[in-house]
Design a protein around this ligand. Structure first.
Ligand SMILES: Cc1ncc(COP(=O)(O)O)c(C=O)c1O
Length: 286
């Protein structure tokens, strides 16, 4: 049985400071962000009734809005409290939280001057992101834009148009996700997760120039360094995939996810990936 549509569920959604019945959390079709892509959002996972790295996510929502030239009307502490409330009210022991902020329907046109900023937070059950123990990736024709062409560090809705195109093309090709290159042709990230390669016993990951600097990415780099693994952030070119002995993705939704193949070349689920996967699983539940 398929799960119910996202707009047709029981429960409550925090909406501009109030808890609304799930089906009433709506906005008008002339909402600015729907037309111009300037909503910003977050994704958090709930473990044992608590959102992991809650404050870091609330801070990033603020940063994303600031990069799109607006201020959220709620402080980080208010967003943290609202998230806790919504998890408790929906009685979630595990699941996912989706905070989103957007510009309202006060004006139409490219300029957003005069729009009000709205914020909503929804929380719902959500299991594993992929069904496979190790996933297949295919390289996408879509490239992550240069930071001069997009606010790369912002988790802005508009930036996901290429991710959705890349992901759906990868699914049609029989893979589980797409590996994206950036505007220079360097490796960047998957459509909703960051990329790590094990090369000569060291973990290599692309710099943050064109990617979202994942909170999971930062957590896993810390775990690796604590465990004595050298972590190198640098530009990485596609031909270096041939040298990698293990590859994995990191993200709130995907957690630490082994990659089993890229464009048909296979990679084993090796000991470093398994160790970091286990350590991350223990940390989030700790
Ligand atoms: C494009 C993209 N890259 C990376 C990530 C991983 O970020 P995080 O670990 O903060 O969830 C995400 C998920 O939010 C994403 O959408």
């Amino acid at each position: 049985m398929s799960s119910p549509a996202m707009d047709d569920r029981d429960g409550v959604i925090w909406y501009n400071g109030k808890l609304l019945p799930w089906r009433e959390a709506k906005f008008h079709v002339l909402t600015h962000s729907l037309h111009y892509g300037n909503g910003v959002f977050e994704g958090l996972r709930i473990y044992n009734g608590k959102a992991f790295k809650l404050t870091e996510h609330s801070q990033r929502l603020h940063k994303s809005a600031n990069m799109l030239a607006y201020e959220l009307p709620y402080s980080v502490a208010e967003l943290d409290a609202a998230t806790k409330l919504v998890i408790a009210e929906n009685k979630l022991d595990s699941g996912y939280v989706r905070p989103i902020a957007w510009r309202g329907a006060e004006v139409i046109g490219v300029s957003a001057k005069g729009t009000k900023i709205h914020v909503a937070i929804a929380a719902f059950p959500w299991g594993a992101y992929y069904e496979q123990q190790a996933i297949k990736l295919v390289t996408s024709r879509w490239k992550r834009p240069s930071p001069e062409s997009s606010p790369a560090g912002s988790k802005a809705a508009g930036l996901y148009i290429i991710c959705t195109l890349a992901k759906d093309e990868a699914l049609v090709a029989g893979a589980q996700d797409a590996l994206m290159h950036d505007y220079k042709g360097r490796l960047s990230e998957a459509t909703g997760a960051n990329l790590f390669l094990l090369i000569n016993g060291e973990l290599h990951t692309p710099t943050t120039e064109t990617i979202l600097n994942g909170i999971t990415r930062q957590t896993v780099m810390e775990l690796a360094r604590k465990g004595g693994i050298k972590v190198v952030e640098r530009e990485i070119w596609p031909d270096e995939l041939a040298k990698a002995t293990e590859i994995f993705l990191t993200g709130t939704a995907v957690e630490v996810q082994p990659v089993g193949s890229i464009d048909g070349k296979e990679y084993p689920v090796g000991p470093v990936t398994k160790k970091l996967q286990a350590e991350y699983a223990a940390l989030v539940r700790g």
